[in-house]
Design a protein around this ligand. Structure first.
Ligand code: FES
Length: 131
């Protein structure tokens, strides 16, 4: 038990980039930290940590989500795709304005295959249409 009376860890079983993973994680571990530190998927970047910049965007069951706003425990039983899962051989831009531009690149890469128009809108900073 934690000092607050909750569990010290929770089990997470998920399919990440097509591979099954099972880990015991602290209940409050963010999904972005889980991906980066536990699974070494460092293509998922952390910028604002407030759901604004998009640097941490991943696909959860095929839909783009901000991994800085989700707990790792929330992906139990679900499928996560990071930029590494979409383009295992591709290189993100290595220079320029660090994590935000890399995050924008990742967001466009994650959005484009599913909703080409959304990826183009995201690249321009325009809002997505209502569906
Ligand atoms: S780190 Fe900026 S949206 Fe998640």
């Amino acid at each position: 038990m934690s000092p607050e009376g909750g569990p010290l860890s929770v089990a997470v079983r998920a399919r990440v980039n097509g591979r099954e993973c099972a880990e015991a994680v602290p209940p409050r571990l963010l999904l972005c930290d889980f991906l980066r530190s536990r699974l070494r998927l460092t293509g998922t970047h952390v910028g604002c940590e407030h759901g604004v910049c998009g640097a941490c965007t991943v696909l959860l069951d095929g839909e783009p989500v901000r991994s800085c706003l989700l707990l790792a425990a929330q992906v139990d039983g679900r499928e996560v795709t990071t930029v590494e899962g979409l383009a295992p051989d591709a290189e993100a831009p290595s220079s320029g304005s660090a994590s935000v531009s890399r995050g924008a690149w990742a967001s466009v890469r994650l959005l484009h295959p599913r909703h080409p128009d959304d990826g183009q809108r995201a690249a321009r900073g325009a809002p997505a249409p209502e569906r």
